[in-house]
Design a protein around this ligand. Sequence first.
Ligand code: ADP
Length: 597
Amino acid sequence: MPPDNPATYSENYNELVAKEKLGYMLDYAKTSTVATIVAPLLCIPLYSDNTPELLFKSWLVLMAIVVLVRLQLIRVIKASSDINHKFTLLNIAVGSVTFVWGLGWFIFVIAKDPISYLLYQIICLTILFVGMVGYCVNWKTFCAFIVPLKGLEIIFLVMNYQHIIWPISVGSMVAFYLALKMGFLFSKSWERSFSLRLKNDTLYEELVVEKNASIAANIAKSEFIATASHDLRQPMQAINIFIEMIDHRQLKEYESSVFHRIRKSVSVLNKMFNTLLDISKLDSNLKPIETQFSLALMANDLRHSFADLCQEKGLGLAFTFEDVLIQGDPHLTEQILRNLLSNAIQYTDRGSIQVNFENDQGHLNFSVQDTGCGIPPTDMSLIFNEFYRSDHSRSHHDGLGLGLSIVIRIVKKIGGECAVASEVDKGSKFTIKTPFLVLKSLESPSTALSLSAKPFTNWVDASIRNAANKVSKSSLHVGIIENDDSLRDAYLQYFTTAGYQVCEIPHQEDKFNAYLQDIPKLNFILSDFRLGEKDGIFYIQQLREEFNDEIPACIVTADTSPQHLEMFKQHNIHVLHKPIDIQDIEEFILQQTFSSH
Ligand code: ADP
């Protein structure tokens, strides 16, 4: 980076400045070539009559020679590699032309004739200002340009001092002095502005490098999270299913209490996996999907989900809301609330949690307030960072430090705002402003059920479950493609026991093709993603083609990479992530088959 003070130029910086100056002056010298040719020609009508012919022609010839030399030198400068040599050549090129102009004082000017003197004075001043524009970026080149012109003028003045009109000569010398001074100052200020430009360029380059590095780091982080959690999800899924299959009522007291502890720990692990999954989803091109939903049903469902946790800790839980319809993304809203609520419960030992929904000039705002340990002022700016966990509250809970970063990323995605107010040992309040519209009051919750279009949330599940109960499970053919033996057995056992018609579909291509001959019409396909040579998408597409029907399908996978999420979406295949409760899978199947009935 160039130094602040040009006096402390580094070697590298000096070279950059020299190159930039040379480039500028060479460009100028090239574009002013025409002027160096035309200007002497203009002297023909001015001086040819009053100047001895031989002298005049000799001056013209000399001028032609120096113009040609100048042209040649400019070419040589380009080819030369030594920067100092280049400057010397340029100084000779510009100085030789002005030297011939300087000789003009002795050839064209009649000292006793003020008009002749004035006329050449004007020509010289014009040359001086033209040179100033082009060469004063470099002090020495400007001197090489101006000194031959003005130096010869001084000699002329000294030789003809008794005839000269002194006020004009003094004015000319003052102009000469000012030109030198301006040239010097301009050269310095040019160097300063160049130094600033270099600094800007360097800063900009550093910014670009840092930005690219942070993008790369973010991608690497997503890939790491996806890969690291992938291998763990697979066995977790089997554990989840087998835990669900244990009938704890048959267990003795001690085994039953151990079983409940295992279940609780597994549920904490599931939550952690789901948090990682939320991050992966936010890294993919997740966009808010707006629909109409009932605020009352969402609030009641949240109250229902968190009531037990609050009761266990002896905390109060209160919701205030109106029974209104919201136009917005219910899933993202719920995700924010779930994260804020579980934090509020985790970081509160006594008192209560208050959730408020408000209509703020037609837009939905909500807040989650607790009476917990609070957040120290020094942590306020850090808590939304990924993986940040405050020491102040570390003893309360073993989290990943991702909850609030998920909240803030969703809030940004929906175009909302998030504010937090907190006092240590008194409590915290997180307030979210959303752009979601509050539509109208509802007459009855059932209206909301029919208006809620989003699948697979508990607050719409009531209607789905009712309808699904009417559809006999024994009439539903569920195709299962899974290469993990224990998982496949668990699925088959669970769904057969639950009364479905289950088809075990082979995942080897030859066996699959043979199986296609006598397969019944499927109502739903449940598949793993990685199945060996071919993946779940391939088999689902084959089955859809066979029946010429867009059969609802779902891939249950441990893979959370944003690219794969996008691919499932493109093929209209739902995705559920391992680990997931088998009841949730069943509920999803019912919802999907019901909505396609
Ligand atoms: P985690 O809860 O897993 O540690 P979060 O991203 O949800 O991660 O929260 C980051 C940090 O913010 C927490 O470690 C905690 O220190 C602080 N925090 C979040 N919510 C609250 C709250 N309601 N009360 C006190 N501290 C909180």
